[in-house]
Design a protein. Structure first.
Ligand SMILES: [Ca+2]
Length: 311
């Protein structure tokens, strides 16, 4: 049975009564992977090394508009050192499970269980990905890049140039925040390049609201600056948000023929199971808290193991 196809920003979706995700459905204790492992694996890195701001976090359009007002407006300085991509090491394998950050994002964002190129499960072979920028769907990961939502070069000129090597590495491999690294069509990523929203916007206009919310969230979290033109462009993009409530992303119908891949080696969750990839998804669906035994409860969401997840 085809399952609902949900946005990666499930936390923003108001309409979906149940967010049934097929992302990384299979948990293996000896080889955790997917959303949970990606987040857990990067937690230590970001918690200890990143200059993450503790100020306003933008998760809604109104929150983003407020957060945008708090971001320092600054034009790039003439004396800013030249950007050198090799100073921003990626993709690292922070949790040393042999899946680097690119693989972790592919696994986390696949709309169906992934397959791997070999039994060591280090590299993804197939899955199902949706590019928010263009609306393109693929089962072939080589067609997708992992995009730094706020590109490394833009982070550099908006304050990141002063970070330490470790801070740059933390930024370049941030798996904690689902909007920081996203899988998108390679050609869209290359078209975007290091451009800011005043220079480049996704062709899929219905994504502009969410794009601006995410961009502001990253800039805010990492205490990066915006230019005047960038700030104004973000404001215009937020104008496309729904008047009431947080932004929602309408997910196009999938061609059902792309769902069943003959190379699938993993078993999807039994039909009818409820799966929340993150606590944010559970909360967005109005399901949190989740008690042990309830649909959607799983140990990975109950980190203090007290029987109540997503407290
Ligand atoms: Ca890893």
């Amino acid at each position: 049975m085809q399952r609902p196809f949900v946005t990666r920003f499930a936390r923003l979706a108001l309409a979906a009564p149940l967010l049934v995700l097929l992302v990384s459905c299979i948990a293996e204790p000896t080889h955790p992977r997917g959303v949970t492992s990606a987040h857990a694996g990067a937690a230590a890195l970001t918690a200890t090394k990143s200059p993450v701001s503790s100020s306003v976090t933008a998760t809604t359009s109104s929150g983003a508009r407020g957060a945008l007002q708090t971001i320092t407006v600054s034009e790039p300085h003439r004396g800013t050192p030249a950007y050198k991509r090799d100073q921003w090491e990626h993709w690292i394998d922070e949790d040393r499970d042999c899946q680097d950050a690119r693989q972790e994002v592919l696994i986390a964002e696949s709309r169906q269980p992934v397959t791997f190129t070999s039994s060591n499960q280090c590299r993804v072979a197939t899955g199902l990905w949706f590019d928010e920028y263009t609306g393109t769907t693929t089962t072939n990961p080589s067609k997708f890049d992992i995009d730094h939502f706020v590109p490394l070069e833009n982070a550099h000129i908006s304050g990141g140039w002063g970070w330490t090597t470790e801070q740059k590495k933390a930024y370049a491999n941030d798996l904690i925040h689902p909007e920081h690294l996203i899988a998108v069509l390679a050609s869209a990523n290359r078209s975007k390049s290091s451009h800011s929203p005043d220079e480049w916007k996704p062709s899929r206009k219905e994504y502009w609201c969410e794009y601006a919310v995410s961009w502001i969230s990253v800039k805010n979290r990492w205490s990066l600056t915006v230019t005047v033109r960038e700030r104004d462009a973000l404001g215009s993009m937020l104008d496309t948000c729904p008047v009431e409530g947080p932004p929602q992303t309408a997910m196009p119908e999938l061609d059902t023929g792309t769902w069943a891949h003959p190379a699938l080696t993993q078993t999807p969750q039994p039909s009818g199971d409820v799966y929340y990839a993150t606590c944010a998804a559970a909360k967005a669906a109005g399901a949190a808290r989740l008690r042990r035994g309830q649909p959607g409860y799983r140990a990975a969401l109950d980190r203090d193991n007290d029987g109540i997840a997503c407290e």
